[in-house]
Each structure stands twice: as C-alpha cells, then as structure tokens.
Design a protein around this ligand. Sequence first.
Ligand code: ATP
Length: 328
Amino acid sequence: MSASKIKKIAVLTSGGDSPGMNAAIRAVARTGIYHGMEVWGVMRGYSGMIDDDIFKMDSRTVANIIQRGGTILKTARSKEFFEPEGRKKAYANLKKRGIDSLVIIGGDGSFKGAQKFSNEFDIPCIGLPGTIDKDIAGSDFTIGFDTAVNTAVEAIDKIRDTADAHDRLFIVEVMGRDAGYIALHSGIATGAENILIPETKTDIEELVANLTEKERRKKLVNLVVVAEGDEFGGANEIARIIKERLPQADTRVCILGHIQRGGSPTCLDRLIASRMGYHAVECLMTGKTNVMVGVVNNKMHYTPLDKAVKAKQKISEDWFKIVKILAS
Ligand code: ATP
C-alpha cells in the first residue's frame, strides 16, 4: 500500500489499558479527519477486528474524552489473532470497508501482532506505546506512565500520614511486573526509605540492616516501596521476612493494585498522547510505516515495530544514591 493512497484509518487499543489512551484515540481521529480521511474505531483490540465490531468515527465521537481514563474503544487480548485464520478474518473485515491502514495503541505484544498482520496483508501499521510501565524501547515516555506514578504518589502520601501517626513500617507494592519505573519514581517522590525493583538485585540483608539502623536512630516511620515484579517477591513476601527478622516493628502491607491503571490522565499524558496520535497520522501520510511513534529527548522518534520490544533499561546507580542520601 503506497502511503499517498491512504484514505481510511482504523484505530484500536490493545493489551492492558492505560490512562491517556482516549487522548490518543481523539488525536488520531481528529488529525485523520482534518486531512480528509475516514477514521474507523475498532472495539476491544484485535478481537473487534476479528468479530467485525468496527464503526465509523466522526469528530463528535471523540468529544469530551481527553480527560477520561480507560479507553472508549475498550481493550482486550485476543488468542485468535495469534493464528493466521484469525488474522485473515480480521483483514476481511477491514477490506470490506476499504480500510487501508491501522493505528494500534498498546504494548509490545500488540506491536508484534501488528507487524505480522502488516507483513501478511500489506496494511501499514503505526504503534503508539500505551502502557503504564514505561518499559518499551524507543520512547522516554509511554502513554499512562505519568498518571500511574502520580496515582501511586498520592496514595503513598496518604499511607505515610497513617504510618506517621502510628510509627509504622509500611511495605507498599506498586505495579511493574518487569519494570521498576513506577516504584522508583513514586518512591523517590514520596521519600521512601527503600525501593525494591526488578532491574536490581534485592539484598534482603541490606534492607534489614538499613531498617535496624533506622530503628536505632529512633526513625520508626519507614516506607519500603516494592515493584510487584521484584525478584524477591511482592510486598507480602518482603513483609513476611521483615516480621521474622524485626518482630518488634509494627509492619503493614499495602498493595495499590489496579487503581494505578485508572483515573483522569495527567497533563503530561494528555500531551504525549495528543502528540503521538497526531504524528501517527503524519507518519501514514508520509510513508513512515510499521513504526512505533515515541518521544526521545523531547523529539519525535520512530522505532520499527519489530524493535519496539519490552526493554529492561539500565537504571543509573545515581538514583539509588539519591534514595539513600535523601531518606536518611
Ligand atoms: P501490555 O504491555 O499491557 O501487556 P501488550 O500489547 O504487550 O500490552 P499482549 O497481551 O502481549 O499485550 O498482546 C496483546 C494482543 O496482541 C494479544 O492478545 C494478541 O492478540 C496480539 N499479539 C501479541 N503477540 C502476538 C504475536 N506474536 N502474534 C500475533 N498477535 C500477537
């Protein structure tokens, strides 16, 4: 498909949801319509493409959604799309409407599916990184990360209030199965005494020594922020060990869970989602296809879809030095 011929774009959200997806849908729809294209919405990710749940959007369809969390297109994971038969059905449903390009807002799994689909059916695809974990190569930001971190910060601040009132040690678990960015950013921003993340080896002896030393100095209010994917286990496992080793500490666990996925997107998430959505359409128009649109050093950055993989980025030792010094 030659880029100049693109007339009908379909947009979908796939994989885990993240706040700001609506802002990205809105940007794709309005930019496409501005350039005289038809824009179609696909419900529930690749499932809707296979089940033919596809509708034409207009400017009004995306009115009043920039501030809303979740995704008006819903999202899903589709087993059928892994199979050639499923992708064939999906293609037939696009073809009967003359849809000739696709914008996928999701994670690296969704991009893998898009790459396969594009290779098989000559449909140009553009990916936008929609994930709260910020763990995709090729972008300094992902849609939803900033909101998730701010939600975590707000919750941890509240936990600190009650921890302070009772002189308690709280182990707070935040999301991040493979990546510790939410833990690292929210932990530093709330003055956590310790931050445990999958990218670094958790030394439980060091943690116990650190808490013991703080106790000796009568610093009884302590917050440990742990990413759910820390190799040592989540907050419950860490608390179990601490209770064994420091039975005198009043230790509590709080698992923040799915509240981190919801809520009204922050200004930053709305901005990057709007910018990425706008550039997705620009890419299709200029022939830059099968790429993920990212932002690196505040400039648009394009990564081939097959290179936009989950990336465990190296976290600078500096961060941990900051935690140690500032939470002393
Ligand atoms: P998250 O980061 O939230 O997990 P994701 O996009 O990585 O988002 P996945 O569950 O990995 O989420 O993928 C979403 C959907 O993309 C899958 O349910 C499937 O339909 C499609 N998909 C993923 N990988 C492939 C693949 N290798 N081939 C075909 N389709 C795929």
